[in-house]
Design a protein around this ligand. Sequence first.
Ligand SMILES: [Fe+2]
Length: 133
Amino acid sequence: MIQKIEWSKKFLTGNREVDLQHQYFVELINRIIWEILEQKDDIYHSLLMEELVMYADFHFKSEENILYKLGYCNLEKHKKLHRDLIDELSARIINVKTMSNTTIKLIDFLVQWFVNHTITVDIISFESFNKGK
Ligand SMILES: [Fe+2]
């Protein structure tokens, strides 16, 4: 059974805009999990996956712009992690159209990725800019 993400303080980066976007990301993932379990419509599942990827894409661009403005030195490395996830999700979505239970695996993969990326890479990236706040 797929686990929803429980929002917690461990996700906070200290940047208000990024934290608001992460919080919405968690809500969106949880809503999509609920919808996927409720609706057994493969076309609707792939539409929800597209919505999720488009939000992830927007959020990554926004986070990258904030880090750029702050002068973050490892931005290219961080951007590559974001691009790799979008590529991976996009490639997997092609299969969702033909394999109905792939959607749950895809969400599960995204949940793991979100939790790991946020509590490690994002927090480390914003850490030095929070000192003295
Ligand atoms: Fe990130």
